[in-house]
Design a binder for this molecule. Structure first.
Ligand code: GLN
Length: 541
């Protein structure tokens, strides 16, 4: 019998619900229980793929090609899972399915309603994930804040789930902000009380309340939360500010949350084993070295746009006991003042992330040129890979005005072009080349040294690719494509053998990076930055 933990949030969004959900999973895993996690996003988009990362944060890509909410990345990293498209449920998805059924005549003769038809569809989706994942506990995080109009059908659905699944198989966790007033330094629990009331109005009485506060809440605040929330004081926990998010399961478990959840779900008491997790946290908190990396991007104002890349860099850093400091630089700065690119000299490496559209691309190309000419470690991901090809074509192969047709459709040398299967596609949703694809690596290359395998799988999200008409020219000039698709027609990894470390991939290694098990391309880059800084003649992997 699978058990369900539902997580809701109050007062404000962005209080770290995703991290707390992941942490609950970690506490259960540390006791030997199998878990999976679902994110519910009440927006009407069918998936996150059509949203601007600058507004909503990055789009997280799953192995099966789902374009999902970034919280799935948190679940995968914390819980070492490979989730599926179905682990992200949206209003758009649910209504689309219900309306299609209605058109097919599945509800013939009946009036189709939010309760029960929409709520049934939601419950069915949650239960399907639980059943297919074959786990002890399914965590379901409801995005947004209690009281949002869009969230109501989902809250109603999770309320109903207790009726069928039973009290001992369902647990409601509510997370809300407890602000501290600047002037009096008082911890204010009133907003949290209101959000609990709002939840109760819908018919959900939380079993656990997590106060999100900058500091550990005092006993007075905790007493008040318990009293007004109608729960024992032992069911109130606090997620306070810590140096790294990976500490959150440890601080919550220390307060007794893991034991409380197990008891409440009727599990036998087990001692948690955090050995590996603690080693990783220790490596994050106590680095012996430091490298500074320039991330030259277009969404630099919102770090959430690059959260998986960020984490992949830090995770790679932890493996070599290195603190990775990331400076976000708007690529357009270099376009406005080309001399600015000189600031890259002060960094240990240059990183060019994913991206779409023309804005900022010339600035990124300038940064790539600088890294290539100055033997500065370089890693390019997806658009970063494509722009490295353009830079090489222009400045090494002498192909003037070489470009991607995404940036300039009239370029005389379209070295990056739309993939053939993308021609004629009209719908924007879920139509890119998505998810995990096989890649064959070339022996005696940096790629091979890093992955130590002839064949790898990595996740993709793109419409454009290297134009094969220019392949010979680039290879003659020294660019090595050390990773290609199984049929050899799609370029996946490039490197420059005479450079200290110049590496880029069409795929996104960050989506497979896990604490203690960094993705090889990120590890290679961070290690190269460190080795270059310490004066080694070449990187040692
Ligand atoms: N815009 C490029 C493409 O569609 C790169 C996409 C990306 O960086 N994810 O191919």
């Amino acid at each position: 019998m699978v058990k369900y933990v539902f997580v809701t949030g109050g007062v404000l969004s962005s209080v770290g619900k995703g991290i707390i959900t992941s942490s609950i999973g970690k506490m259960l895993q540390a006791r030997g229980f199998k878990v999976t996690a679902i994110k519910i996003d009440p927006y009407v988009n069918v998936d996150a793929g059509t949203m601007n990362p600058y507004m909503h944060g990055e789009v997280y890509v799953t192995d099966d090609g789902g374009e999902t909410d970034l919280d799935l990345g948190g679940y995968e990293r914390f819980l070492d899972l490979n989730l599926k498209k179905e682990n992200n449920i949206t209003t758009g998805m649910v209504y689309k399915a219900v309306i299609e059924k209605e058109r097919r005549g599945s509800f013939l003769g009946r009036c189709v309603q939010i309760v029960p038809h929409v709520t049934n569809e939601i419950k069915k989706r949650i239960r399907t994930v639980a059943k297919r994942s074959n786990v002890d506990v399914t965590l379901t995080e409801v995005g947004g804040t209690v009281g949002d109009i869009e969230g109501l059908p989902f809250l109603e659905a999770i309320r109903q789930m207790r009726l069928k699944e039973g009290y001992e198989n369902t647990l409601y966790v509510h997370i809300a902000l407890v602000p501290i007033l600047d002037v009096t330094k008082e911890m204010k629990t009133k907003p949290l009380q209101h959000s609990v009331n709002e939840l109760r109005r819908i018919g959900i009485q939380p079993d656990i309340i997590v106060a999100r506060c900058t500091k550990m809440i005092n006993s007075e605040a905790s007493r008040k939360i318990a009293l007004f929330g109608t729960i024992p004081e032992g069911a109130v926990f606090c997620s306070y500010n810590v140096e790294t998010i990976y500490e959150v399961p440890l601080i919550l478990d220390k307060q007794g949350m893991g034991g409380f959840i197990c008891k409440r779900l009727g599990f036998p008491e087990r001692k948690p084993d955090y050995k590996e997790w603690k080693d990783f946290v220790d490596a994050v908190l106590n680095p012996e070295h430091e490298v500074e990396i320039a991330l030259v991007g277009k969404y630099a104002g919102l770090t959430e746009s690059y959260v998986s890349m960020n984490e992949a860099l830090r995770i790679a850093g932890a493996t070599c006991r290195t603190k990775v400091s990331i400076r976000y630089i708007e690529a357009e700065k270099f376009e406005q003042n080309p001399k600015e690119v000189e600031i890259l000299r002060g960094f240990n490496g240059v990183f060019i992330p994913y991206g779409f559209g023309p804005r900022g691309t010339e600035g990124k190309i300038m940064a790539i040129k600088f890294a290539r000419e100055n033997n500065l470690p370089f890693l390019g991901i997806c658009y970063g890979f494509q722009l490295a090809v353009i830079e090489f074509a222009r400045h090494v192969c002498g192909l003037e005005n070489a470009n991607s047709t995404e940036i300039n459709p009239n370029s005389p040398h379209p070295v990056i072009d739309l993939m053939p299967e993308q021609r004629g596609i009209e719908y924007k949703g879920a139509t890119m080349r998505l998810g995990a694809h096989k890649i064959i690596l070339k022996p005696d290359t940096t790629a091979y040294a890093l992955y130590r395998s002839k064949e790898i799988y990595a996740r993709h999200r793109h419409r454009f690719e290297v134009n094969l008409d220019y392949l010979a020219k680039m290879e003659e000039n020294g660019l090595v494509f050390s990773g290609k698709s199984a049929d050899g027609r799609r370029m996946e990894i490039l490197e420059q053998p005479d450079h200290f470390f110049f590496f880029a991939s069409q795929f996104h290694g960050e989506f497979r990076s896990r604490p203690g098990r960094p993705d090889p391309e990120y590890y290679g880059f961070v290690k190269a930055c460190l080795d270059r800084k310490s004066g080694k003649p070449k990187p040692e992997f």
